[in-house]
Design a binder for this molecule. Sequence first.
Ligand code: SF4
Length: 356
Amino acid sequence: MVLAEHKGNLLGLNLEELEKFAVSSGQPKFRGRQLYHGIYARRVRDLAGLTDLAHEFRDFVAAGYGIFYPQAERHFCSLDGSIRYLFRLADGNLVETVYMPEEDRITLCLSSQVGCAVDCKFCFTALLGSKRNLTAGEIIGQVLAVAAGQNVPRGARLNLVFMGMGEPMLNLPQVLKAVEILADPKGVGVTLRRITVSTVGILPRIKQMSLAPVRPKLAISLNASNDEQRTALMPINQKYPLADLIRVCRAYPLRQWEHLMFEYVMLEGFNDADDDARRVADLLQDLRAKVNLIPYNSGPGLPYRAPRFDRVLEFQKILMDRNIPTFIRISRGRDISAACGQLSLAESGQAVANIG
Ligand code: SF4
């Protein structure tokens, strides 16, 4: 087998780039469209399968290029049906993707960077440091590789959430390029309303994303009810404090069907008091917002623990009484280190590390 690094990878090229590629190879433009259809809609991995291409062009492409997905180095199966994939990229780096099947849909949690520079104190990905951004091809490759491994057909009810390793807003051009191809009905064909990008609140990038022609949904990782608390947990809050974050959220151009989603990782004795819930309600009062409460996934190495469940219910009630739709999300895949914040390239099914 020819290694990916010896050939160019067509995965991640958009329609325009593939059309240019065809023309620069002496072919009519529509050959690029055929490549695009084959790679993303038909999910062909072997160029020999692109039988609609002229024979000579197919041989020419195959001599220098291929369609290379990330290599699934290992995968870990949870008792709840989730699977955590450890993918090796062409340069040897590793990233993780989590497959979470439910009765009526499948959710994939995608990584956008190798490691992360943001340094949230409850997160083990942060301990890996920041290595590099993923390319659009490496992001799309996570989706196609898992879909191939799990026999997820085109047209399946698929949710994509950028909540894996990395801060997607710090890799926004490649994330948006990937989303365009993923959400294109002539591309991978995932419904745009089912794609969510989650951020700690990199404000200039939120504004930038609001202008994107193909725009995924926005989730904000809130996790605190005041600046002091949030800065202790998420140092990025010093640069983008809560008042500024909420101001940008108020100005965010929501589509008619859309809500802002606020994620709130609940840490016992830290951010789970009734007063916290009241302050969160005050912050979100005039926003078209929903809240996900995520009891922390504890493990060795970090000092936080999940609150008792009745505390989570009390917190939820205070928000609901203020008319803020609030859901409790119990993370999937805890036993395989795949739950929210646990992605740390752990080489076993044990929760050796934990993030939020
Ligand atoms: S929670 Fe997200 S943004 Fe924060 S350090 Fe972890 S991966 Fe990075």
